[in-house]
Design a protein around this ligand. Structure first.
Ligand code: PHE
Length: 343
């Protein structure tokens, strides 16, 4: 037996279900399926219920018919509203997409920060009249030590400090053998810059790496004095660090220079807030006047020619440039670190 109350309840039930289904419909196809399921002429939930209308007494029919119309109108309205919503909203997952943003791209790589510094240093020395020279990383004892006035008894030549291959071959411990190779091939005047890798049996820490870049500089000519050296380095420092940069020479010792000096630099740093502060003194190179014994070794007359040389650490220079405190970050190959140096 069907009665009015039951039918009205069932109509309410269909309305509630239909509105729920419409609300969760995420795309037009699902919405259309909901429409068919509830309002479809054949087999739709509403038409199935309306078949029961015929079993009611004639005077009961208008009440249920009115209820059915009202339910149909609510479902129609909900379908229409949802359809409009779906048309306005972008597809699934796209709600937070900003199509005006530039596309995301994988980092395509870049020049390593230490190489960037080497390139910049090279540009400055090229502007000062230097040419580029290169030498092998696998050297022999003669070029690496003996010709540089360093006896094989010197601690630097010890196996604890040097990577020997098959004697007399070794991985060069500095770029200074390029001085020897250059002077054996080219008569003065000589003015070269020679960047390259050097190797020492150092334990890796914040300021030491067993494989590291160096830049050798060498000037040999008539009448070259320590004054030329100081002036050239002061000019280099100003061009690299800015007009406020100063250099300081501390007495030191190298077997192949006399006198020898460590060069420190002090420069003005502009902080992110715009204030300018002076840096600490930072050691950037070993240097000195080329020892007459070295010139004699390569057949150059030390009475006629003099000159100066330096070995600079570009990684140190890179640390000053970007305020990096640990050398190891340069070689860990961490893209999050390295990608910051791509302009
Ligand atoms: N070769 C020295 C070093 O590696 C640096 C240096 C180069 C010193 C040239 C004097 C002249 O420490």
């Amino acid at each position: 037996m069907t009665d009015v109350a039951t039918l009205v309840d069932q109509l309410e039930q269909v309305a509630a279900e239909a509105l729920g289904a419409i609300e969760v419909a995420g795309d037009p196809a699902v919405l259309e399926a909901a429409r068919v399921a509830y309002l479809g002429r054949k087999g739709g939930r509403l038409s199935l219920l309306m078949r029961a209308l015929g079993t009611l007494a004639p005077e009961e029919r208008p009440q249920v018919g009115a209820k059915a119309n009202e339910v149909k109108a609510r479902i129609d309205a909900a379908l229409e509203a949802r359809e409009a919503e779906l048309a306005a909203a972008p597809g699934p997952g796209a709600a937070q997409m900003d199509v005006t943003l530039p596309g995301r791209q994988a980092w395509g790589g870049g020049i390593h920060p230490i190489q960037q510094v080497i390139d910049e240093i090279w540009d400055i020395f090229r502007g000062l009249g230097f040419t580029r020279a290169r030498g092998p990383e696998v050297e022999d004892e003669w070029h690496n030590f003996v010709a540089l006035n360093t006896s094989l008894e010197h601690p630097a030549a010890d196996a604890a400090d040097t990577f020997y291959l098959e004697r007399p071959l070794l991985l060069r411990t500095h770029t200074s053998p390029v001085q020897v190779r250059t002077l054996r091939e080219h008569a003065p005047p000589v003015r070269i810059l020679s960047p390259g890798m050097a190797y020492r049996r150092d334990t890796t820490d914040a300021t030491h790496l067993p494989a590291f870049a160096q830049i050798e500089g060498l000037v040999i000519d008539e009448g070259v004095s320590f004054v030329d050296f100081k002036a050239t380095l002061a000019e280099f420092a100003r061009r690299f660090w800015g007009p406020g940069a100063r250099v300081r020479f501390r007495p030191s010792f190298f077997p192949f220079t006399e006198p020898s000096a460590e060069v420190d630099v002090k420069y003005q740093r502009v902080l992110p807030d715009g204030r300018t502060v002076e840096s600490d003194w930072l050691e950037i190179m070993g240097s000195g006047m080329v020892d007459p014994a070295v010139l004699e070794q390569v057949g150059i007359d030390p009475e006629r020619y003099t000159g100066w040389a330096f070995g600079m650490g570009p990684a140190r220079v890179a640390m000053t440039r970007w305020g990096i405190s640990d050398l190891r970050s340069f070689i860990e190959n961490d893209v999050r670190f390295l990608s910051q140096f791509t302009s």
